[in-house]
Design a protein around this ligand. Structure first.
Ligand code: FE2
Ligand code: FE2
Length: 291
């Protein structure tokens, strides 16, 4: 059916639809994530949701993965990650996280042999997606090197037709828990990133690391953090506690000409409440004529 609106204007359709997954934390064979979780199975549940959506006619233009893709940089885990997401048949954009091993990430996912931070630039139609590396080898916190930010500034000097989305692992927002506060993006980097994107065509920043779907702002630029596909940080645990739940999610990013809408999609086995087909929707619409 054609989607109706109350005032007769055409229903808006996005120019691009991205699935933003993060913190898949795929472990080495035989190792369970945090001793208890099968992170491969958690990623497969998210991929199955996307496969079913595409099979049912939903649009998907790319998948963005914002780091901690493996738990310890095992090449076998990177191979399994690719096997899980690349059959979706759309471009996959990979960012590295503190649990990844940069050289192995480069080798396995970018086809590169170097081990310095790489600024990736991708184009999807008129949209530019710039991927940063916020990792500090051997450490958990995030940092954006001056040269890396200088590269970003040079790239952003030329605007893209449909604007830019920036991707990095360490969310440039206050973290929700004590350990994540210790492993945060360093304050100087957060402020330097804010200066680098202000007054540019950057429309949105996508990040991960917090294992919790969050939204905020960096200066005037919105930030959308995708939850982990495997676990969810509890922002309301007892003071001083770091508590997580076995609860996965990803974000759906719909890029419209005038706005970008980010929807959180939990992947937690919740039961269906209703599922109206086109005729069912028609009956509801017909029962509610617009005044
Ligand atoms: Fe993580
Ligand atoms: Fe992380």
């Amino acid at each position: 059916m054609t989607w109706s609106t109350p005032d007769g204007t055409p229903a808006e359709q996005p120019d691009l639809v991205l699935a933003h997954l993060s913190d898949t934390h795929l472990t080495s064979p035989g190792v369970r994530y945090n001793q208890v979780l099968d992170a491969d199975a958690a990623l497969d549940r998210a991929a199955a949701v996307l496969r079913a959506a595409v099979a049912d006619g939903r649009r998907l233009d790319a998948v963005v993965l914002s780091g901690d893709l493996t738990d310890s940089g095992d090449p076998d885990a990177y191979r399994r990650l690719r096997a899980a997401v690349e059959p979706l048949g759309v471009p996959v954009i990979y960012a590295t996280g503190n649990h990844d091993v940069r050289a192995e990430f480069h080798r396995s996912l970018l086809g590169r042999g170097d081990d310095g931070p790489v600024l990736q630039v991708h184009r999807l139609g008129g949209l530019r997606i710039v991927v940063l590396d916020s990792t500090v080898p051997g450490a958990g916190q995030g940092r954006l090197a001056g040269e890396h930010l200088a590269e970003l500034t040079v790239e952003l000097a030329e605007p893209a037709p449909a604007g830019t989305v920036v991707v990095l692992h360490h969310a440039p927002l206050p973290p929700p828990s004590p350990l994540l506060s210790y492993f945060a993006l360093e304050s100087a980097s957060r402020h330097a990133l804010a200066r680098a994107v202000q007054e540019t065509d950057v429309r949105l920043i996508l990040a991960g690391h917090h294992h919790l779907a969050q939204s905020g702002t960096l200066g005037r630029v919105p930030v959308a953090v995708a939850g982990s596909t495997a676990i969810r940080t509890d922002p309301l645990g007892p003071a001083g506690h770091e508590r997580t739940w076995a609860s996965g999610a990803f974000n759906l990013v719909q890029v419209f000409p005038e706005t970008i809408v980010v929807s959180v999609v939990p992947v937690d086995g919740a039961p269906v409440v209703f599922d109206l087909d086109a005729d069912g929707c028609r009956r509801v619409i017909d029962a509610h004529p617009a005044p």
